[in-house]
Design a protein around this ligand. Structure first.
Ligand code: ADP
Ligand code: ASP
Ligand code: MG
Length: 416
């Protein structure tokens, strides 16, 4: 009897009718002869509501208590799904992250899974029960409840699939699969039938919210067969796998964007070996994540350093830099907010030079200012004003042949 793992996101369990529907789906999979582990998210936008509650009490919630609060969302869903299953005659059990044996680092709001002890899960599965696991949570070795970061239920599901050596892991969501870009914003986005782990990983890290980046990391490392599909329509989803078949010879396979970016520039730092390490150690010790970094020599042999952060961290970043003015020894610090990052991704880039040049050409034609650039083997990202993000994305999507209409033209040309 093969084990399968499936995960339903917030929208897919948004009300009790949807919960009953999920229960029917679980029954069907069990009737087909599978052992079924189902991971669920908190209902609808309830995690956001919990965050708002905390915000009403304090600007700076205690991280441990925040995780204690946020994990309650998923706990509501697991118990309701089990009740719905029992109503239709299916024996089932709900497990919180720690009951399911999910051990994490002792880090709040962004913990990594370090181990999964599967004894309890195995026992329930062997007794023929449907097992419901609360997504996005675990327990540290010290016994504290932790969460895996927003969107982390995907990671719970893939990690469980790896630990249980499951046949597959299906992520049921509110879109039919992985698209060339976010279909909510890019009107000509097109669904992909498959995508490679590496491309998906890059897209997820660069802002494509359809999968939690660590879920893709787990899938790649443990070779989990991962499928993203719709919880509402019974249509084929997108397979995330080692080597995705190239549907067409496109260099760029997908496009992602991320907003709320701020660029901070620290001017005329001393040109010493330890300048960069002093500045970035200071920021990392306060948990401020840095993305792109640019360092330039000034005409008087000092250095200017620019870097990007999430805009929510601006206050903390500026306070830190101001407070350490004497030790850092800079002349000025300023920032530019309301920026975004638009990224193109595709493994074909490795063997095709000129992709970055093409990206810059499209942005120039659209009169979009490029503030910063970063590249990896299979991605190029440009930081642009937030107001231009979607327009720039649509122009790039079209230029690199990702539009739905482009696909049709290619199909027609093949048939001719
Ligand atoms: P869930 O609650 O099921 O986890 P999410 O909101 O986290 O759902 O993820 C699904 C959403 O991801 C979609 O509604 C879509 O707007 C967004 N998205 C972003 N990039 C992509 C992409 N490349 N393909 C599909 N969906 C994407
Ligand atoms: N409920 C959590 C969130 O909204 C985790 C998840 O849905 O994956 O981020
Ligand atoms: Mg999600």
């Amino acid at each position: 009897m093969a084990t399968i793992v499936q995960k339903f996101g917030g929208t897919s369990v948004g009300d009790t009718d949807k919960i009953k529907r999920v229960a029917q789906g679980i029954k069907q999979r069990m009737d087909e002869g599978h052992k079924v582990v189902t991971v669920v998210s908190a209902m609808g936008k309830s995690t956001d509501k919990l965050v708002e509650l905390a915000d009403e009490i304090t600007e700076d919630p205690d991280p441990r208590e925040m995780d204690m609060l946020l994990t309650t969302g998923e706990q509501v869903t697991i118990s309701l799904v089990v009740m719905a299953l029992k109503e239709i005659g299916v024996d089932a059990v709900s497990l919180t992250g720690w009951q399911a044996g999910i051990v994490t680092e002792e880090v709040y709001q962004d913990a990594r899974i370090t181990d999964i002890q599967t004894e309890t899960l195995d026992q329930h599965l062997n007794e023929g029960k449907a097992v419901l696991v609360a997504g996005f949570q675990g327990v540290s070795e010290e016994g504290n409840i932790t969460t895996l970061g927003r969107g982390g239920s995907d990671t719970t599901a893939v990690a469980l699939a790896a630990a249980l050596d499951a046949e597959s892991c299906s992520i049921y969501t509110d879109v039919t699969g992985v698209y060339t870009s976010d279909p909510r914003y890019v009107k000509n986005a097109r669904q992909l039938s498959s995508i490679s782990y590496d491309e998906m990983l890059e897209l997820a890290y660069l802002g494509a919210g359809v999968l939690h980046p660590r879920a893709v990391e787990f899938a790649k490392n443990y070779n989990v067969k991962l499928v993203v599909r719709s919880s509402m329509e019974n249509v084929e989803g997108t397979i995330v796998e080692e080597e995705a078949s190239m549907e067409q010879n496109l260099t760029v396979r997908g496009l992602a964007f991320d907003d709320n970016i701020t660029k901070v520039t620290v001017e005329r730092l001393p040109n010493h070996y330890d300048t960069m390490s002093n500045l970035f150690k200071l920021l990392s010790e306060e948990g401020i994540n840095i993305d792109i970094i640019i360092q330039q020599m000034t005409s008087d042999h000092g250095i200017n350093v620019s870097f990007t952060i999430d805009s929510s961290k601006l206050g903390k970043t500026m306070d830190l830099i101001h407070a350490n003015r004497e030790t850092l020894c800079y002349s000025e610090v300023h920032h530019e907010s309301s920026l975004s990052k638009v990224s193109i991704v595709g493994s074909g880039m490795i063997s095709n030079p000129g992709v970055a040049a093409d990206m810059f050409k499209v942005l120039a034609e659209e009169e979009v200012a490029i503030k910063m650039v970063s590249t990896s083997e299979i991605a190029v990202s440009s930081v642009v004003p937030e107001k231009d993000m979607i327009r720039a994305s649509e122009a790039l999507h079209s230029f690199f042949g990702l539009d739905a209409q482009e696909q049709e033209k290619i199909e027609l040309a093949k048939q001719a």
